[in-house]
Each structure stands twice: as C-alpha cells, then as structure tokens.
Design a protein around this ligand. Structure first.
Ligand code: UGA
Length: 434
C-alpha cells in the first residue's frame, strides 16, 4: 500500500518508519522544511532508542521518504495518517488547528477511496469536524477513521511493533478492512469501534494511568503521616490481581508530553459538557500541586536550600528520552536557584538549554557529563529520574564523610538501609524512614 503520514513529530516519524518496515511505500509529510531536510538525511531531532537505525534501514530500502509537497504525498496515497500536534488551547481543551490545516491541505489531492486516519489525540466528535473541512474541497469519495496511538516515549519503536491492541474507530467496513490489513503484521488484537469510542479510549487509557499514579502518590502522602512505608503497601496490595504491582511508582507526579496535557483536556472537556464535579478535574489539580508540596517538604528536611550544593540527577521527564516537556527539572531547578542553592545537573541524554531550567549565564547552575562530577561535595543529591545509570551508581564513591549529605530518592529507586549505611541521610517518597 501507499501510505502518507502527515506530521513528522514523535508519533509521525515512529509510525512512518514502522509502517515502512512492513513493506509499504511510506511518505512522511511536514510543512517544516528544516525537519524534512534533516529527516531525509536520517537525522532525528530527538532521542528515541532504535529509531535512527530503523529510519536508515527503511530509507536505504527505498520504502520511506520525506517531503513538504502535499500533492506529491497525497495524490497516490491509499491511507493518509494525520499525526500532527494538538497543543492545549488556553481553556485547556485540545487545539485542533493543525489537524484541520492538514485536513484542508490534503483534501484537494485525495485519490478515490483513500482513507484518512486521525492518529493525533483528539476529543470525541473530531472526525465530523475533520469531515466538514475535507468535504467541500475533495473531488472524490473517501473514508475517515480514528486510530489512536498508545506508544510510550523511550520505548516507542518497541511499543509500536508490539502493541497490546490496535483500536480502529470507523463507520464503514472498507475502512475497517484496510486498516486491519495494515496492522496485520503486528499480530495484535484489533478493537473495531465507533470513532467516538476510539477517541474516548485514548483519553480513558491515559487518564486511568495518570489517576493510578495520582492515587499511589496520595497513599504515599498518607504514609508519611503515619509511619507506614508506601513500598510495603504496594507490595501488600499488588498480590491482588485486580490491583497488580506494575506501573505503581510514587514520585513527583506525572510529567511528559501526554498525561498532563490529556488529563487537562479531559478536565476541560468535562467542564465544557457540564460535568463540573468530574474526577479528572481533581486529578489534574492534585498533580499540578504536587511538586510544590514535595519541594516544601524536602526543603524542611534538609534545612532549607540556601547555600546548599545540589546534585540534580535526571533532567528529562523520564528515562530513555531527552524530552524535557513537563519534566520535573524545569520546575524544580528554577526554584532551587531562586532559594539560593547551587545546582549541578546531570542527565545521560538530555542536555537542555539552561534557560529551560530557569538559569542564566550568571546563575549558580552547571551541567556535567558524569554522576561523579555532579555529586562531588554535594550537600543534597536529588535523584529525580530512574535512568539505569543513576539507579545503579555506587554512591559510596561520592560520600564526603566530613559533612552531612542527604540523598533524596524522588522515585523510590534505592534501598534506604543501604543508602543510610554508606552515610547519607535518606529521604524517599512516602517512606517515613529516618
Ligand atoms: C504515556 C502512556 O504511557 C502511553 O501509553 C501513551 O501512548 C502516551 O502517554 C501518549 O499519550 O502518547 P509516556 O508519556 O511516554 O506515555 O510515559 P509514561 O512512561 O507512561 O510516563 C508518564 C509519566 O508518568 C512520567 O512522568 C512518569 O515518570 C510518570 N510515572 C509513570 C509515575 O510517576 N509513576 C509510574 O508508576 C509510572
């Protein structure tokens, strides 16, 4: 089949490369000439394990190309996948302008019976609005579908190749059949539903996971009040298979490009449809308030940040990505600097511009390439992201016996007794250890 993926962001590039690997002819289309020029040379503007290799392989095989030309990309495409960004509008709802721009731009070039698939995360009802943009400009019959994306950053290629399910939202058999055929090599269960259900399923999946994280964070906060250890609690409840012990790590709240945005959108959508007491409104508020609350708590425990040297381990929003969107570092580091700390940041992949972390050339902020350098003479080690390099690091090697040092384990990744044994004061999340 001939496929065109519109939007060469994270989801677009991964999807284009994976569909090409099934043997299809795939064109990645973007209005950004710079992006297209670098993708033509297999340069991916972000870090994602295994993606560059797949891109090179598919381009060499002649199955994957990139262009800015709508006519060239659409006129022969059997399936067109819209994977453009949907940033949050000021009221919190998804801003669909890029989806609509793509719809209007592709419409005049459609070939007969082409299928236009919306992969971007969009609220229920969007397909009708997309149709209203395409219909006046199209000269042929076409079909519409909604196929949401469930991949995680950091394991995007793996997740796309091994999805737990493929959700296809459509109204016509022809769309279902062609899209089912496209995804056949994945050997995954296919869920055929109405477009609204597919769109709602995407929000429901992310909102459930975000609520689960918020739930365990709330339990952790209660543990701190009563001497319980949240890790014991997780172990104890996890044996119930209805609960499970997976995806259950307390921390600083959820971040990244998806959960905060999707829960905010669902909260705004709930308000817009009159569900003003909706759970997701509260989940969003709790997550937004979490960092502030924990930072005040940490500050109390270390005796304030003024004059402290802080080793900040993990700048990206999670391991195996250099994505800085809604990363805790972007909120915590400005605060530490404002409160008089000296901050030394380390991340194996993310090397953000210091301005993103609230630092100017005069700020007491630097980034280093090793954990040893970051921790040298630190008063506080703040381990924020569970990169394997950080979790497996031997902190005994950087212990300075001449002073008190705190290790804040913001993802509960370390064995508190071991950290205490090597001489650090341990602070975890919901652990009431010291
Ligand atoms: C998330 C979903 O997991 C994907 O299924 C979905 O397709 C994607 O959003 C999307 O909508 O595009 P992602 O944002 O890459 O994927 O990252 P996750 O690994 O799910 O983590 C999200 C946030 O939750 C991170 O800040 C992470 O640190 C936090 N988290 C995760 C916790 O605080 N505790 C946990 O137990 C797990």
């Amino acid at each position: 089949m001939n496929l065109t993926v519109i939007g060469t962001g994270f989801v677009g590039v991964v999807s284009a490369a994976v569909y090409a690997s099934f043997g299809h002819q795939v064109i990645g289309l973007d209005v950004d000439e710079k992006k297209v020029a670098s993708l033509r040379q297999s340069i991916v503007p972000f870090y994602e394990p295994n993606l560059t290799e797949l891109l090179v392989e598919q381009q060499k095989a002649g199955r994957l190309s990139f262009t800015t030309d709508y006519h060239a990309a659409i006129s022969d495409a059997d399936i067109i996948i819209i994977a453009v960004g949907t940033p949050s509008a000021p009221d919190g709802q998804a801003d669909l302008k890029y989806v609509f721009m793509a719809a209007e731009s592709l419409a005049p070039h459609l070939k007969s019976n082409a299928i236009v698939v919306v992969k971007s995360t969009v609220p229920p009802g969007t397909l009708d609005k997309v149709d209203a943009r395409i219909k006046p400009l199209a000269t042929v019959t076409y079909h519409l579908a909604s196929v949401p994306e469930f991949l995680r950053e950091g394991s995007a290629v793996y997740d796309t190749l091994h999805p737990s399910r493929v959700v296809i939202g459509a109204e016509h058999d022809e769309a279902f059949e062609k899209l089912e055929l496209l995804h056949k090599p994945l050997n995954a269960p296919v869920v055929r539903v109405k477009p609204e259900s597919a769109q709602m399923a995407k929000y429901a999946a992310n909102a459930y996971l975000a609520t689960r994280i918020t739930f365990i964070n709330q339990i952790a906060d209660l543990c701190e009040k009563n001497g319980a250890d949240v890790e014991d609690v997780i172990q104890a409840i996890g044996f119930d298979q209805r609960v499970g012990s997976h995806y259950w790590y307390p921390g600083l709240g959820y971040g990244g490009s998806c959960f905060p945005k999707d829960v905010k959108e669902l909260a705004a959508y709930s308000k817009a449809v009159g569900e003003t007491g909706n759970l997701f409104i509260k989940v969003n508020e709790l997550n937004d308030a979490r960092l502030e609350r924990l930072m005040a708590n940490f500050s109390r425990q270390v005796g304030g940040w003024q004059g402290k040297k802080v080793a900040f381990l993990g700048l990206s929003f999670k391991p195996h990505t250099d994505d800085m969107r809604e990363a805790p570092s972007t909120k915590i580091i400005p605060r530490l600097l404002a409160e008089g700390a000296t901050v030394v940041g380390y991340d194996p992949m993310a090397k953000p511009d210091p301005s993103l972390l609230g630092a100017t050339p005069d700020s007491a902020f630097s980034q280093v390439d090793t954990i040893e350098e970051a921790c040298q003479d630190a008063d506080v080690i703040l381990a924020v992201v569970e990169w394997p390099q950080i979790v497996s690091f031997d902190f005994a090697a950087v212990r300075n016996q001449s002073k008190q040092q705190w290790l804040i384990d913001a993802r509960n990744q370390f064995e508190p007794e071991m950290i205490k044994k090597i001489g650090f004061t341990y602070i975890g999340i919901g652990r009431s250890i010291n």
